[in-house]
Design a protein around this ligand. Sequence first.
Ligand code: ADP
Ligand code: MG
Length: 235
Amino acid sequence: MATNRVSSGINGLDELIEGGFPEGNNVLITGSPGTGKSIVGLQFIVSGALNGEPGIYLTVEEGRNGIISQAKQFGWDLERLEKEKKIVLNNIEEYDIDSILDTLEKEVKRLNAKRVVVDSLSMMGLFARDLDQVTKVVKRKDLLHISGRELTRTQIVGMLRKLCALGTTNLIISEGQEPADKIAEFAADSVIRVQMKPVGKELHRLITVEKMRGTKIDALPHKFDFTSNGIKIVE
Ligand SMILES: Nc1ncnc2c1ncn2[C@@H]1O[C@H](COP(=O)(O)OP(=O)(O)O)[C@@H](O)[C@H]1O
Ligand SMILES: [Mg+2]
């Protein structure tokens, strides 16, 4: 049976992966800070929303306003898309991973979402702490100041399985620096790496599809640029 493909929304990327992400895949986007992972995630959600596939963007990292203004420079009006019930910028209000995922499941049903972005894996790690530590915390804002635990293999596999059970196509963002990030690379269906590389006096931004289940991929690094309407692969 042919796999249904979900467009990445990134100009030039679908051509490298037989037309898009396999529907229902967990796709890991990995790269150092500032490489463009969150923008890739936003572009995936926005392009879906504009094409009849609602999406949920789950984060605490930059906060709502940061994401909204980041999106504006590419002409993406997240607040309007939210009003039109095409996207949800999820404000996490739970204290542990299981409750976050339970809420996500309800939101997916409410919105009939087809796409989910988890920004990021280290953010989920913040919520992987011992429950007795949590009960000592009075305010949520304090909670974010206690360090989380490194996600265990079991937690990562469990989380990916729950995400898969949603039936949505999911992008999970990872900084790739912690042991947990390496485990996630093995456990995810697909891995895409974004990098910055100085070449002479220029900075090249590269995107590489490292693996994708059931897909003949072009696994070479490709150069991408930021344009007024998002990321575009140029070479
Ligand atoms: N319009 C733009 N033109 C050039 N570079 C940009 C533009 N918008 C964002 N960037 C670059 O993208 C980076 C932020 O991307 P982001 O997706 O937030 O990175 P990450 O999530 O990987 O940390 C910025 O540090 C900046 O270098
Ligand atoms: Mg980011």
